[in-house]
Each structure stands twice: as C-alpha cells, then as structure tokens.
Ligand binder design. Sequence first.
Ligand code: ADP
Length: 459
Amino acid sequence: MKKFKKVLVANRGEIAIRIFRACQELGIRTIAIYSKEDKYALFRTKADESYLIGESKGPIEAYLGIEDIVQLALRKGADAIHPGYGFLSENPMFAKRCEDAGLVFLGPKSYMIESLGDKIKSKSLAKKAGVPTIPGSEAPLKNEKEAMEFAKACGYPIMLKAAAGGGGRGMRVVHDEKDMINAFRSARNEAKKAFGIDDIFIEKYLEDPKHIEVQVLGDIHGNIVHLYERDCSIQRRHQKIVEFAPAITISKEIRDSICRDALKTAGALKYESAGTVEFLVDKNQNHYFIEMNPRIQVEHTVSEMITGIDIVQSQILIGQGYPLHSKEIGIPSQKSISTRGYAIQCRVTTEDPSNNFAPDTGKINDYRTGSGFGIRLDGGNGFTGSLVTPYYDSLLVKIISWSRTFEDAARKASRSIKELTVKGVKTNDGFLINVLNHPTFLSGNCTTGFIDDTPELFH
Ligand code: ADP
C-alpha cells in the first residue's frame, strides 16, 4: 500500500471540494489548481495549497494543460491526481502521462479509458461480454450514402451519435429519410468541434426510454462490485437534471439483471476505480447498454446516500492499492452492500428556464441554503458576493435529499429548494420544484421525454 501524503485535484467547483473533503477525512493534504478567471472562486480556499495555472491560457484551457498540471504535481510533491469529471477526466493521454510520471491517476488505467472513450468500441466490448446493446452500425459511417443505407436498414426513427460523444453533444434524432443528410452533416460538424473526432454511428432510436445506470467500483486486485442503480431519466437535451436511487419502478428481477450486466461489462475490462455503466430501458423493460463512463459522475451522491459507501474515498483508497475487502474500504463482498431508503439529487443551475435555460451570470448579492435533516448540499461556487462567470458550466449547488420513502425525499428536496435564496442571478429553482411535485415524477415513471412533454413544468 502506498499511503498518499498529497493529492492534486485537476478540477474546479463543487467536485474539487467534494474530493478535498474526501482527502481531508483520510488525512491526506490537498492541492488545488485554479485559472486566473477562478482567482476569487471558493473551491481553491478549501484546499491546503492552491496554485494559479495556465496564466497565458483561456479559462477552460487552463484546466486542460496536461504538462503544466503534471509538472506542478511533481514540484509540489503530490502522490496522485484526481481528475474529477469533465476537463481531463476521460483523457487517456492525461492518465498515461500521470502513470509515466510516477503519479497515481485516481481513475482507471489509461488503456481502460481508451477502450471506453469510443462508444462504438465500448458497445462491441459489452456485446462480446454478452450484454444487450441497441441495434445499429458497428463501425463509423464512411459517408452520407452509407449513413442513408444504414438508417433505412435500421428503420426510422434512428439516432445519430458521435463515437467520441459526451454531454449530449453530436447527437441527432432522425424521424424521416428526408432529414437524414442534414442531420448527419450537423452531427458530424458538432462532433468535430466538440471532440476533434467526427466519427458518427447509427442506433435505433428508442421512444421514451428510461435511463438507468449502475455505479461500479473495482480494485487493482480484480475485485469488482456494483452499488446498485440510479434513475437518470429526467433530462433536458440529453443532459441529466434530477437523479434518484434506487429506480423505484424497476422490478427486482430487472434490477438484478441490469446490475449483473453492469458487472459483466466492467469485468470484461477488469475495471479499476469508480465507473458507471449506462443503460436505456424500453417500455417492455428490456435494457440495453449505451456506454460506460470511466470517472466519478455528478450524480454519484445518490448512490452514496443509499449505500453509505463514500465513492470518492473508495477511489482514493483503491489508488493506494487497498482491496475492496480491506477494513479501510470496507466492502467484504457484493452481498455486504445493501441499500436503505431513497435519495434524490437536484442540480441547481444558474440558468433561466423561462428563457430556454440561457445561462445567467453576474454577482450573487445574497446566498442562503436550506439544510436540515435529510439534506446534503454539494456546492462550491455560491456565496454572498460570489461571481458567476460565463466560462464554466452553470452548476451552482447539488441538493441531495434522503429519506425512508421516495415521497418524503421529494418533499425534503422541495423544502430545501424553497429555502434556497439566490439574489442577483437567475436559477432553475422554480422549475426543479415543479418537477419534484409532478405526479409523474412522484410515480417514478418519468422517461427521457418527460421535460419536453410536460410544458406545465415551466410555469
Ligand atoms: P452522452 O455520452 O453524450 O451523455 P449517452 O450515450 O450517454 O450520451 O446518451 C445520453 C442520453 O441520450 C440518454 O440518456 C438518452 O436520453 C439519449 N439516448 C442515447 N441513445 C439513445 C437511443 N438510441 N435512443 C433514444 N435515446 C437515446
């Protein structure tokens, strides 16, 4: 076991704070990096040390400077780097550079990230492991002609997806042959711009599925467990807004089968660290693998709340070489993991729902949060006097509620959001309360079309 003395967090905002807290509880010193645009951001004051990085670079590029970050980590005596989510978290070259520099990358091995970074490759990996996938093309589409042929063979509606995709970008639903060429071109352009790779593939479009994903944890000794599932169906433009665990409308049989398939997928790679295996579930309760994310996810919190397992601490301990069954991690077997109660996470963002969710920026003149029994707040950027800049994502605070019943967890989340005061910058608070009070949400039956199909959420 290599006991870490210092961990550098190559990220910002709430997830940086989340990781600093995990380190502090494990007795590990923390290093923050920050761009010049983040000079006054709260997160950097929560680390033991913090350093300006990428001074001559743009606000995003500062957090993408692999060499700057690795050199700083070496200079300051870090043992490991945690990439958080976004930025460099799924960049195999960053993981490899850390490995080569003798720094522990707190995620899976670079070759694992590499094989999961391409959705076509990861689908074929899952398929080989005996996990169902959505029918579609099994290689990047060569040209428009091939795209048309495949779409026809698949049967409309279809979905065009970027192989390198993430964050819902490079995706197009096509209902009719006449829209195909334009959709293919625009998906390609968007993918090229966002990821630098314009490989596009086709998948049958599932009408109104549920998005169900399974949290997995693997150690470096070949042990892998799952921490049950999350329902992340409440999405806008394929981006999650409200997530909960467990998925209340899935039968035990289907849940077991999805969790088993998640383990099969992760097992095929001898996966290490925390990861998420994502599935879509159709109206007939058939589930299909869509992708696996090799990083901590924004919504990991709800799995922590129902299992009592600290996923970020587990990642750090796995990075130090501890097996899952060590007393430090404390997971002797799959059977030892059980769930208790219900957890709901609401992403409060600085966006204006009445204006097509346009990001709002400026100074927060008053900021007060609602805590209390059953409420966890994972925030980072908001305080009275803080500045919301246009440079980064608009997540202000994650409100996570826990209770013995789903209805009460929803009431607690709603109460906490009502207590939240943010003045000077608009947020989606009213929209979230409408979701939490909606009968379809409370029944657990939301599908990925819920927000688009429910205009009353906007009032
Ligand atoms: P990203 O990596 O960009 O997040 P995903 O592959 O995880 O993309 O898909 C994001 C969301 O897009 C899913 O949760 C679902 O709502 C929708 N989606 C993806 N593939 C399909 C499909 N074949 N049919 C219907 N919806 C899909």
